[in-house]
Design a protein around this ligand. Sequence first.
Ligand code: SF4
Length: 365
Amino acid sequence: MQPYKPDAVIVDRGSEGSVVHGNLQRALPDVPFVVVDDPEEYAQLDSGPDPLAHGKQHLLLMPHKGEFLKKCPGSDGQVCCNYFVINFASNCPMDCTYCYLQDYLAENPALKIFSNVDDLLRESQELLGRHREFFFRIGTGEITDSLALDSLIGFAAETVPFFAEQRNVLLELKTKSDCVEGLLGLDPKERVVVSWSMNPQRVIDAHESLTASFEERLDAAVRCQEAGYKLGFHFDPMVEYPGWETDYRTMVERTFACIDARRVAWLSMGVLRTTPSLKRIMRRRFPDTRILSGEQILCPDGKMRYFQPLRVHMYRKMLEWIRQASPTVFVYLCMETREVWDQVFGFFPSCEKELGERLTAGLGD
Ligand code: SF4
């Protein structure tokens, strides 16, 4: 995977003394750093015909205003897994055709890193301390990739030791990169899951620009496993095309041939999801993409998905291959209805708390 290198780092006046600023300066000695009063305004100057692509070319370093920790919003009517998210950054240096951030961050596409990591840790400490009776799952990959920038910003080194010491949390670092060097010397103490969004190389080549290859992701997972991390895999978004069954089956078999299934905390499946507005952006930014050629229907939560029978067929096939490789690994569906859960697994969680508890069974005091 090509390491990300911005054209410039735009620094908020006041963030120059932060740990992240020092890490960026060490990692990017030949990149210009510009200190300004308003990085966002500065970055919007001359954003050109594709503000999303322009936004990825500069790295903004600024404090986060407001709360870092939020409950994952989930999706109306879908089974939710009771997840919290920490936003330490906004937007992503990679460029997947289907990325929902293209729509979600359309008005604010700058690639931002937040400099006040101390506030993030303080807020986490307060939340975890206030609810010792509750076991949290917290992820950092909702509006960015958890690790793609880690070799530049050193976020893992700041946060993993903190979460490793907590007794009521599992931190998930979700990525499509192979940037795990910063994790390998740390002791996660069974409190950190490093997870990969996985797709066959054919899908990566066509739709996951600037990400690590399938084999690079798998190799990074093996290194994390050897370093003591739990692993997660998200077969999401699954894309239907002629020959998908062979590719996805091979992907599942290859994954389980390389890793120790006993170290897998969870595995999720989800099909391609879009919205009408995301489709318009995708057609404009990727006019030759064939990912939108399959039929999708608008669901009650406002997202477009393949027809339910096709989704159920795809999940059942995947589950069959996963079960052949590992009869016991925990598998769940991402953003799917109770009907689909029932048809795939023969049950559905009665509430989000139940699914959250299944995901963290055996952990905590
Ligand atoms: S890696 Fe994730 S966040 Fe980054 S562009 Fe792809 S889908 Fe979006």
